[in-house]
Design a protein around this ligand. Structure first.
Ligand code: NAG
Ligand code: NAG
Ligand code: NAG
Ligand code: NAG
Ligand code: NAG
Ligand code: NAG
Length: 390
């Protein structure tokens, strides 16, 4: 600094101006290139953004559940789209502490979910959830979170008048006044299910075509926000024990381990996103595995330990992360696994409906899935969580 000033004073003005001009122009050019890159690839820029905008960036998945008396965000009994099976209070749950917890990232605060602001921001848009029953829960949660902000609940309806059931393949709720659709497509594996080959082994009663994306996938495009999940059906009991086996390239893959099949299905999904989805329009998210808390082999109770417990499914998060980081288009992971590990208190347990079967996988509504939606919309409101830091 002092040297620059000296040269100004000492009369070597022209050289200095030329040099300064050169430095400033280079900085502007490099800055613009990086800026454009980050705008085009908001997620892939994480390395760069960590370097440049480190101050504002926040790892929203690293945090704690804190008490907040302003929660829950809605009352399921007043929301016609919350299925009775998830409404623990209506099914006899008496304690309410589990309703009063808010997810708090360690290094920042999420903006408070304002139904009014979110509804305005998604006016005219199409929000689509694809996956298993966990996706359906998130879909119901979002609708109920938004319904608490609409003045005219009569103008919110399911487009086909369908009842919300476990097996329905499509559910779509319109918020008429906001020209908004919030939809759910059931696709538990994301890839295609088919009939067994004619001359295959007798134990093969159904196949999962790992190299073909689900045939209803064409309905997922032309959306503005697209949220996927998969994981809970990739188990021996939902695959091999019911005679469902893998196929790829038209051939049965009888010895293929589940993790390898999950990875192949994700690659199929990833190429589909790259080829078919216009990521200039559609923000794509993938939610990681939601932990369950079954206790031991007798399955007699939910494991109410408050410590995070790591289970065999943890490999799925790593596989998902590998696939998504190598994609050519931006896809954002909603990494909800570790935040769910703490919430052994928030499962349905015996407050189930219609059958009182114990359920240590699904979550009560209101509850944990509301936090997934808070994360989803905080992403959209803070330029990919970049503007959260202090
Ligand atoms: C939710 O709404 C129902 C029906 O209006 C009401 O009976 C219940 O007390 C409400 N629950 C809470 C926690 O406010
Ligand atoms: C509703 O949104 C769609 C886009 O999703 C748009 O094409 C249409 O014009 C909108 N309708 C009204 C009445 O605003
Ligand atoms: C539900 O509605 C959608 C869109 O309005 C339509 O394409 C579909 O065929 C309907 N499905 C059923 C099962 O009624
Ligand atoms: C997305 O936008 C970029 C830059 O504006 C453009 O080059 C690209 O072709 C667009 N992609 C699609 C699928 O429209
Ligand atoms: C609960 O989980 C912890 C940690 O994984 C384990 O050590 C404990 O045995 C489990 N308790 C029951 C009752 O299964
Ligand atoms: C999810 O977040 C946890 C906690 O921050 C981290 O340990 C884990 O590696 C993350 N998983 C993925 C797939 O990013």
């Amino acid at each position: 600094m002092s040297r620059t000033r000296k040269s100004w004073v000492s009369g070597l003005v022209f050289d200095s101006i030329a040099l300064i001009f050169f430095i400033v122009s280079s900085a502007v050019v490099i800055g613009s290139v990086i800026h454009l890159y980050l705008r085009r690839f908001p997620c892939r820029g994480s390395l760069l953004s960590g370097f440049i905008i480190k101050k504002g960036f926040c790892d929203v998945f690293d945090g704690d559940w804190v008490f907040d008396d302003s929660y829950p965000l809605y009352n399921s009994s007043k929301c016609p789209f919350a299925e009775r099976g998830f409404n623990c209070l209506a099914n006899g749950r008496k304690d309410s502490g589990y309703l009063k917890l808010r997810w708090k990232p360690r290094h920042c605060d999420l903006p408070k979910f304002s139904p009014h602001n979110v509804l305005e921001s998604v006016r005219g848009k199409r929000v689509v959830f694809v996956g298993d029953s966990m996706s359906r829960t998130q879909w119901e949660s979002l609708i109920c979170m938004l319904m608490s902000g609409v003045g005219d609940p009569g103008n919110v309806y399911e487009v086909n008048g369908s009842e919300i059931t476990k097996t329905v393949r499509f559910l779509g709720v319109r918020f008429e006044r906001y020209n908004l659709s919030v939809e759910f497509f059931r696709s538990v594996f994301l890839v295609r299910q088919g009939s067994p080959p004619k001359h295959g082994p007798r134990r093969v009663r159904a196949i999962l075509e790992l190299d073909k994306v689900d045939e209803i996938s064409s309905k997922w495009v032309d959306s503005d926000i697209l949220v996927f999940n998969s994981g809970h059906w990739w188990t021996r009991s939902k695959l091999f024990h019911v005679g469902r086996h893998f196929q790829a390239g038209g051939r049965l893959k009888l010895g293929m381990p589940i993790n390898a099949a999950f990875r192949m299905a994700l690659h199929t999904w990833a190429s589909w996103v790259e080829k078919i989805v216009d990521t200039n329009r559609t923000q794509v998210f993938f939610r990681t595995y939601e932990p369950s808390h079954w206790s031991g082999s007798n399955g007699k109770g939910c494991n109410v330990s408050k410590q995070p417990s790591f289970e065999d499914k943890s490999e799925f998060g790593k596989i998902l992360n590998d696939v998504v980081t190598n994609m050519r288009v931006p896809v954002t992971l909603l990494n909800v696994t570790s935040m769910g590990l703490f919430r052994s208190d928030a499962h349905i347990g015996t407050w189930n409906y219609p059958s009182p079967d114990l359920d240590c996988s699904h979550w009560c509504l209101p509850g944990v899935p509301d936090a997934w939606n808070e994360l989803l919309f905080s992403y959209l409101f803070t330029n990919g969580w970049r503007q959260l830091g202090r």
